[in-house]
Design a protein around this ligand. Structure first.
Ligand code: NAP
Length: 257
């Protein structure tokens, strides 16, 4: 339980905190293990947290994440940089509880899998993308536009929010489908609003032509030119976070927006 590594944003405040946190933890019986740590300490922002999770995507069952935000509060972190001593003291002296969050899994042509904490997007910025959307094997609509975004509860405040999707309160393991610049006129019409669905929903995107399109999993993008089908579900992979205190979801929202 006492092995750790850090993932640090490239700014001076985060780098200085990294040095301080490491010194204090090493003095208190922790050891650095960059290969298979039990704790990954994230110093930076929610974006840094996403990168830290993706670096360990194959070993999420073995690690727990613990974060300090060098900006405001954040959705993945419970401490700001001016609370660094509390952050260290809690880790050394207090008994944690674990909160875990299911990841999205995108399966491309029944084969390759990609995972996301916030959202899976299909985006084509070079031409109108036509996508047939199926929900739990039932044909739902044909979308035309830039793309579609499937987000988790955690991701509801990220890209999804910029698409005017709903912000989903913590504790509701729902998935949400939002349009990215859908075309709506007499000839073409899709729902034009985001839909919040049950956690066990499977969303399927099919197209005869995904050329120029990308599958985006959080900050990572993959070309899908020769792909025909992408399924998205909430999967059994989970990211586990170390917690020492409860912070109201609405306090986080208020501090961020
Ligand atoms: P990034 O710079 O790491 O993140 C972009 C911004 O999104 C940062 O301000 C980040 O917060 C914030 N963020 C990330 N996850 C969040 C969450 N769950 N709730 C609220 N804010 C969140 O950008 P990136 O590396 O390209 O992509 C990472 C994520 O950024 C994506 O998963 C996507 O959701 C989001 N993003 C949003 C837009 C948009 O809204 N138009 C565009 C690109 C990316 P910190 O400052 O704390 O890191």
């Amino acid at each position: 339980m006492k092995t750790f590594t850090t993932v640090v944003r490239y700014d001076d405040v985060s780098k200085d905190l990294d040095i301080y946190i490491k010194e204090e933890l090493l003095k208190n019986g922790f050891t650095v293990d960059e290969v298979s740590p039990s704790i990954v300490i994230v110093i930076g922002g929610d974006g840094t947290f996403l990168h830290a999770v993706h670096e360990r995507i194959e070993e999420l069952d073995k690690v727990k994440f613990y974060g300090i935000h060098t900006g405001t509060l954040g959705f993945f972190t419970d401490y700001r940089s001016d609370q660094v001593d509390e952050f260290i003291n809690d880790l050394i002296n207090k008994k944690p509880f674990i909160t875990d969050y299911q990841l999205l899994e995108a399966t491309v042509d029944d084969n390759k899998k990609y995972y996301a904490v916030n959202e899976i997007r299909i985006e084509n910025i070079s031409r109108t993308q036509v996508i047939d959307v199926f929900v739990n094997e039932t044909e739902f609509e044909t979308f035309r536009g830039t793309g579609m975004c499937v987000s988790t509860q955690l991701g509801s405040t990220a890209y999804n929010r910029s698409l005017h999707g709903s912000v989903i309160q913590e504790g509701l393991p729902l998935i949400q489908l939002s349009e990215i610049a859908g075309i709506h006129h007499k000839a073409y019409r899709s729902l034009g609003a985001s839909i919040v669905m049950k956690e066990n929903t499977k969303i399927e995107f099919k197209s005869d032509n995904f050329s120029g399109a990308y599958l985006c999993a959080d900050a990572y993008n993959y070309p899908i030119d020769n792909v025909n089908k992408i399924d998205v579900i909430l999967c059994e992979k989970r990211v586990k976070m170390l917690k020492f205190k409860e912070i109201s979801y609405f306090k986080r929202l208020q501090s961020l927006f």
